[in-house]
Design a protein around this ligand. Structure first.
Ligand code: ADP
Length: 572
């Protein structure tokens, strides 16, 4: 194995535990017989798209030792109360495509930020490996420290690419950004598959090579979604026998809808992976396609997803996105752990974006003030007595927006206002713009991505709608509860696991729910919420307080991740 392929050199691995020995390649995973049938087609690889072509490097070699300019990583902070921490310490490398506050398009960005922070409190040493996208704000770019560089073979024709490592240590978490301007130059992490497939082939391999290069071999490599789907495959193929191969690998499904599927010829060319991996048990799907997520799931030592209900759902045809049989086959290593939220970031008593901060003690009064300010800012009729419903979401089919679209005229009566914040499919964007025009003063459509506005809506709305067709976990309902905003959700995935329906007999529950994906059931759930709000405010207020007091933090889930990390014994 050429050293420039995997970033490994003769340097020894850094360990806190006994010396690690190199491991052999893992045997090919067991494959159900029916999945062996079709041969891989041997088409010519597609030529790289012009705008993803990367310049040939001046020198292909990886330096034997890190160059003088390389700065040692600052050690991750160990919390003061470390004597109380669970033992032993576990080292974990997160690999994923987005992470708040550097770059975030949805819940994955929140998790990549909050879970490492929570894991540190569980005595984990966490390094987060991310692409250094050009769109990362300058305030973070300027704080990054050069950590080293090397060249790495990638494509099946042996083309080699520059890999830079820039580092930023924050809140005890070490962030290492993989640098290559040609791959990561766009203003948005995800553009189209023509660009994204080469980008994430490069990223997956470069992340592992960077771990070898930095001499940082974790106990666990924790990968996230399809963009890191090739990591387990690289780890057990081209990286076997290198230091990093001693790590165990976990792959978390944040959303099964996106899988990184492209024709075999292109994926084979860009990944440089050997032919035997383009088999139905690993990467192959359909007649000519390769599925990067599917392959990663095959080679992962453990698969997790972001709620227990979703872990069950994705093994059914409806929710399985074509991978239900694959997931049933691998169900022995599939677990569901519900997401939490970062309760420091999402804290209405310290939230600097809010003009009127509040805690459980004064939520009822202060929420009214936040509501009035929100109404004023958004051009809604200013009246604290109105029932304000918020919706903060990507505007896509997943989010149940056709149901909202269908019932919106029924929803808007003299007492109800509706505020949406989101971007996405133009049909939803246009439909919400139309409703804003039609119901001026009662509907406000914020067709934009705006963190600040999201905070204002969580604080100022009475209820938050999450009527999703499917929802792996969902974070908006958790944030809403933390801000004393009552969620109205469909009983699917993590929504089902986190929102206990209101029970009028026991005066218990956190929100209002409906089960079948039907517009009238959504309307019925909203009407039940409105009825309680307008006819029994005392009970409504009790629910607001219950929601604020509900534990939506990462603590319990981080403990569960740690337990799984402990089950996965490294190969040293
Ligand atoms: P998904 O990951 O499917 O988009 P989640 O509910 O898991 O959905 O996470 C959504 C996250 O993105 C939440 O933090 C939410 O506040 C945020 N968000 C979604 N849309 C917007 C927007 N238009 N502006 C600001 N934040 C948004």
């Amino acid at each position: 194995m050429a050293e420039n392929t995997t970033g490994s050199s003769k340097r020894k691995t850094k360990t806190e535990s006994p010396a690690r020995k190199k491991t052999k390649a893992a045997p090919a995973p067991e494959v159900p017989e029916e999945l062996h049938a079709v041969e891989v087609s041997a088409e010519e690889p597609a030529l790289p798209a012009a705008d993803t072509a990367v310049k040939e490097p001046a020198s292909p070699a990886v330096p034997e030792e890190a160059p003088a300019a390389v700065q040692e990583a600052a050690p991750a902070a160990v919390p003061e109360e470390s004597f109380e921490l669970p033992q032993p310490r576990r080292s974990v490398a997160f690999i994923g495509s987005e992470c708040y506050p550097f770059v975030k398009t949805g819940g994955l960005g929140d998790v990549m930020y909050a879970l490492p922070k929570a894991l540190i409190k569980q005595n984990c040493d966490v390094k987060v490996i991310l692409p250094r996208y050009k769109c990362i704000p300058w305030e973070y770019q300027e704080k990054m420290v050069y950590r080293g560089e090397f060249y790495m073979d990638l494509c099946s024709d042996g083309r080699s690419f520059y890999v830079g490592i820039m580092e930023y240590v924050w809140n005890g978490v070490v962030y290492d950004f993989i640098d290559n301007e040609d791959f990561f130059r766009s203003g948005n992490p995800y553009t189209n598959l023509v660009d994204d497939i080469p980008k994430y082939c490069f990223f997956a391999k470069a992340a592992l090579a960077a771990l070898n290069y930095m001499n940082w071999v974790p106990d666990i490599i924790h990968c996230h979604d399809w963009q890191a789907g090739l990591v387990p495959i690289y780890l057990r193929s081209v990286f076997s026998g290198t230091p990093v191969a001693s790590a165990k690998v976990m792959l978390t499904i944040h959303n099964l809808r996106f899988q990184g599927i492209y024709n075999i010829a292109t994926v084979k060319y860009w990944s440089g992976l050997p032919d035997y991996l383009f088999d139905y048990a690993v990467l192959k799907q359909g007649a000519d396609d390769a599925n990067m997520f599917k392959g990663g799931l095959t080679y992962a030592d453990m698969i997790t997803t972001v709620s227990e209900t979703y872990a069950g759902e994705i093994q059914s045809t409806f929710f399985g996105e074509g991978l239900d049989a694959h997931l049933r086959f691998h169900s022995g290593k599939l677990r569901g752990i519900v997401n939490g939220i970062d309760t420091e970031l999402w804290d209405s008593s310290t939230d600097r974006i809010l003009a009127h901060r509040y805690s459980v003690a004064d939520v009822i009064e202060k929420k009214k003030e936040n509501k009035l300010l929100l109404q004023e800012r958004l051009g809604l009729q200013r009246d604290a007595g109105k029932f304000v419903i918020g919706l903060i979401s990507r505007l896509t089919d997943q989010k149940g927006l056709d149901l909202v679209d269908f019932i919106l005229p029924e929803l808007i009566d003299g007492n109800t206002q509706f505020v949406v914040l989101g971007t996405g499919d133009s049909r939803y964007e246009n439909s919400f713009r139309y409703y804003e025009d039609t119901f001026r003063g009662s509907v406000c459509s914020n067709i934009m991505y705006d963190e600040g506005r999201a905070h204002q809506i969580y604080a100022g709305a009475d209820a938050l709608l999450v009527p999703s067709l499917f929802e792996p976990c969902g974070l908006t309902q958790l944030i809403a509860m933390r801000y004393g905003t009552v969620p109205i959700v469909r009983e699917t995935g993590g929504l089902k696991d986190t929102v206990l329906p209101y029970n009028e007999y026991t005066n218990d529950g956190n929100g209002f729910t409906f089960d079948r994906y039907e517009a009238w059931l959504l309307l019925d759930a909203i009407n039940r919420a409105k009825t309680l709000y307008f006819t029994n405010r005392e009970r409504w207020d009790q629910m607001v307080i219950r929601d604020m007091e509900k534990d939506v933090s990462w603590e319990n889930s981080a403990k569960k991740y740690r337990q799984l990390y402990m089950e996965l014994k490294p190969n040293y």
